[in-house]
Write a protein that binds this ligand. Structure first.
Ligand SMILES: [Zn+2]
Length: 228
């Protein structure tokens, strides 16, 4: 009896043989870390020292998508000490700002080890700055001018919604349009309309979800503050 000749498998079979194993629908998706996402977007960063309050601390290049982030006190921009997840949002914000002609963001701090409302008997509830999840912006630099939050953002103290309020000139309109366009990139955005402490800057922060579900958006508590 002749030995059956071994035929090469038809092409379709070969493809089936090389197909990846079936995916277990219960298996978790492949991990894709925050740092991998930053690297894929070409964001430059380095490890930062471990922090008791920042989950994933990194030192982020202050040049993000062509926009420079510089501390007001420094002549040159230094790396930003933030949580990786906040770095992703800053990078996204940089793209939005660049599209509007912003070249530099002047700030007065990202990470700061401070507690919400100071340290009281209940201990420290770390602020978004202590979590590496916030930046305080004092000015935006365009090609031919610089817009100051303190000088050019026209405050309203009537508790009207910041993003729906009438504008008072191009500079005020520009600043309000920017902060309102960043709603969603950041979860909490406080403007000079919020209170006297924010008279000079925008507080742009990513608060952990569920921490304060009502506290989302631009000046989120304004309509509620009277009822608090
Ligand atoms: Zn702040």
């Amino acid at each position: 009896m002749p030995v059956p000749r071994e035929e090469p498998p038809p092409e379709s079979t070969a493809v089936t043989d090389e197909a990846p194993p079936a995916i277990d629908p219960l298996a978790p998706p492949a991990p894709r870390t925050c740092r991998e996402a930053l690297t894929q977007r070409g964001v430059v960063f380095a490890d930062a020292a471990p922090s008791p309050s920042i989950v994933d601390p990194i030192k982020l290049s202050p040049l993000l998508d062509g926009v420079e982030f510089r501390h007001q006190a420094n002549a040159r921009a230094h790396p930003l000490w933030v949580d990786c997840r906040f770095a992703e949002r800053l990078h996204r914000a940089a793209g939005l700002l660049r599209a509007r002609g912003v070249r530099s963001v002047i700030h007065v701090g990202t990470y700061e080890p401070k507690c919400v409302g100071g340290t009281g008997d209940a201990g420290c509830k770390p602020s978004a700055h202590a979590l590496g999840m916030a930046i305080d912006v004092v000015a935006l630099v365009r090609e031919h001018d610089t817009l100051s939050v303190e000088r050019d953002f026209v405050r309203r103290t009537d508790k009207s919604e910041t993003c729906a309020a009438p504008r008072a000139g191009e500079r005020d309109a520009f600043l309000k349009a920017v902060v309102c366009a960043l709603d969603g990139t950041f979860s909490v955005l406080l403007t000079p309309n919020w209170d006297d402490k924010h008279r000079t800057h925008f507080h742009l922060a990513l608060h952990p979800p569920g921490r304060a579900p009502w506290a989302n958006g631009v000046d989120p508590l304004q309509p509620l503050r009277a009822a608090e």
